[in-house]
Write a protein that binds this ligand. Structure first.
Ligand SMILES: Cc1cc2nc3c(=O)[nH]c(=O)nc-3n(C[C@H](O)[C@H](O)[C@H](O)COP(=O)(O)O)c2cc1C
Length: 280
């Protein structure tokens, strides 16, 4: 018997993934396995009613303690979008996507609710920040999967945090409200491609954390990914890191992460009411 999802798993992981038994066949699950980010969109509008439906789906995501600490801004005004897009000229899809949403971690609303009910509370500890960030990310991803289910393409935009002061000004963010990521939405202009993932041997642990076979798993992944789509001619910062004989995903990501990103975000959050302390 042929196992379902083998084409999808092959596309996602670049190798077969034995599941070891029968599994339910579901078309949506197959689409999740082959989902992909889209950064180019057809010249076709996305109806407002559909955006509202997707936002309703986004806010159907689960939420820590039912505190509901995600918010979103639907950036509709062209001038405001242009100001945002101008901050990131390397990512023209921010300005070009038919729809642009910004998902927020919102640790403020709970404090406001405390005020309304006469119970003063401070939600600026690490716990408040973390819960709001997780809720914002869950809403973002739920919106993504909902959009993809109806054939839309999406691209999350976390680069916004690199210009946090300007972004916060454009979006009029109050204290204790921060962007998790923007989200471009539109009908895809092309097929896009499935981005291969690390094998489950590297990302899934059974019963206890075990990284003893990480190097082997990453080497194999680098080779599979290179065979599908080589990036050997796009070596990052060769003046600093040299030119590698074999340039795979892990070399690229290690170089990328060696350069700090998001500098200033922690300082901005602290100036906006987050202490990151233990709760008191
Ligand atoms: C939280 C988050 C932030 C991201 N930020 C950006 C971004 O600022 N710009 C961009 O072009 N893509 C961004 N991406 C898209 C990733 O680059 C993309 O998900 C990754 O390369 C894997 O590709 P795939 O989604 O097609 O599998 C972001 C993705 C996530 C989850």
């Amino acid at each position: 018997m042929t196992q379902p999802y083998q084409d999808e798993l092959q596309a996602r992981f670049g190798e077969s993934v034995p599941l070891g038994g029968e599994v339910p066949q579901d078309a949506w699950l197959g689409r999740v396995l082959t989902r992909r980010t889209h950064r180019r969109y057809a010249d076709r509008p996305v109806a407002d009613a559909l955006v509202r439906l997707l936002l309703a789906a986004a806010f159907s995501a689960s939420s820590k303690s039912d505190y509901q600490q995600a918010s979103a801004i639907w950036v509709r005004e062209r001038a405001r979008r242009d100001r945002l897009a101008a901050l990131f000229p390397d990512m023209p899809w921010i300005g070009a996507a038919p729809v642009f949403l910004v998902f927020l971690g919102d640790a403020r609303r709970l404090e406001r609710i405390g005020e309304l009910r006469g119970h003063r509370l401070d939600n600026g500890a690490l716990e408040g920040f973390f819960n709001a960030a997780v809720d914002g990310a869950l809403a973002l991803q739920t919106c993504t999967l909902a959009a993809e289910a109806v054939g839309l393409g999406t691209c999350p935009i976390s680069v916004m945090r690199n210009r946090i002061a300007e972004v916060a000004d454009i979006l009029a963010l109050p204290d204790k409200v921060f962007p998790v990521a923007g989200l471009c939405l539109g009908w895809p202009a092309g097929q896009g491609f499935v981005s291969m993932r690390l094998p489950l041997a590297a990302t899934v642990h059974v019963d206890r954390y075990d990284e003893s076979r990480l190097a082997e798993a990453v080497d194999g992944y680098d080779r599979r990914r290179d065979a599908r789509h080589s990036i050997k001619d796009r070596q990052r910062a060769p003046d600093r890191f040299g030119t590698a004989d074999f340039y795979g995903w892990s070399e690229d990501k290690a170089r990328q992460a060696a350069v700090p990103e998001g500098t200033g975000f922690a300082t901005w959050l602290k100036a906006r009411g987050f202490t990151f302390d233990e709760p008191r």
